[in-house]
Design a protein around this ligand. Structure first.
Ligand code: ZN
Length: 252
């Protein structure tokens, strides 16, 4: 891949897709002071992008960079078009009780993943021929399915490692809503070959946390914390442990 000036040439450039949750006609949750989740997520996502781009071997790309709506499937499809190596979706949580507070990080559950393989294998329109090194045009559909499952299982394991790393860092900034990574079937996490996490930064429905979420200085600290978690994950990840997408252009 082409490197940016200043990038150290012996390390691969990694692309981090940052997804600001909601947008446009979907405002997401809102706080009692009127703060909208879609605005907080975009502000934090932009700061995460800038922090990522300050790293020599990382490239940050935004899935949305303005106030418009992108369907969930379109978000993962865009991450794949951008050849993202990691996908981080930014949200703010809400609950009926104003007391609920703290940060959470989610990864895709195995159960949430089971329906995905069939859909990706059946739907040719938004997929390349190869996903996670698996040739989906293989003559043996059972082999393709098995290889696909292996790729997705590896992706979930990577997602969990990334999620734990980001959660650990967030715990130094904000109380954690739960002490461990949670798993759910979020559609936006279903890219079968890109480790993906969803960060619930804090509760916008909690007046104290709403105030912090709207504060640019706190947004900056949140971005810093998330990027530290990403970097720790990348540093602890065994090099070339997973096959690269084979349709990627690796030539300089
Ligand atoms: Zn949300």
């Amino acid at each position: 891949m082409p490197g940016r000036p200043g990038a150290s040439s012996n390390l691969p450039m990694l692309t981090i897709a940052i997804d600001a949750g909601h947008g446009g006609e979907d405002p997401g949750a809102h706080g009692e002071a009127g703060t909208l989740e879609k605005e907080v997520t975009l502000a934090v996502a932009q700061r995460v992008r800038d922090r990522v781009n300050a790293e020599p071997n990382l490239r940050g790309v935004l899935i949305r960079d303005g106030d418009y709506f992108i369907p969930l499937g379109g978000r993962t499809a865009k991450a794949r078009q951008l050849h993202a190596d990691l996908f981080v979706s930014i949200h703010a949580d809400a609950f009926i009780s104003k007391d609920a507070r703290g940060s959470s990080v989610f990864a895709l559950s195995e159960r949430g993943a089971t329906s995905v393989a069939a859909r990706w294998l059946a739907n040719r329109e938004n997929q390349a021929d190869q996903i996670g090194g698996v040739n989906l045009n293989a003559r043996d559909p059972y082999l393709a399915q098995t290889l696909f499952d292996l790729s997705q299982t590896a992706t979930i394991a990577d997602s969990l490692r990334l999620a734990r790393s980001v959660l650990r860092e967030l715990g130094g900034l904000n109380p954690l809503h739960r002490g461990e990574v949670e798993q759910a079937g979020f559609a936006v996490l279903k890219a079968p070959d890109i480790p993906s996490i969803l960060v619930e930064t804090a509760f916008i429905s909690n007046p104290y946390e709403e105030k912090r979420l709207a504060d640019p200085a706190y947004q900056e600290r949140l971005a810093d914390t998330i990027v530290r978690g990403i970097k720790h994950y990348l540093q602890s990840r065994p090099a070339q442990a997973r096959p690269k997408l084979s349709q990627r252009d690796e030539t300089p």
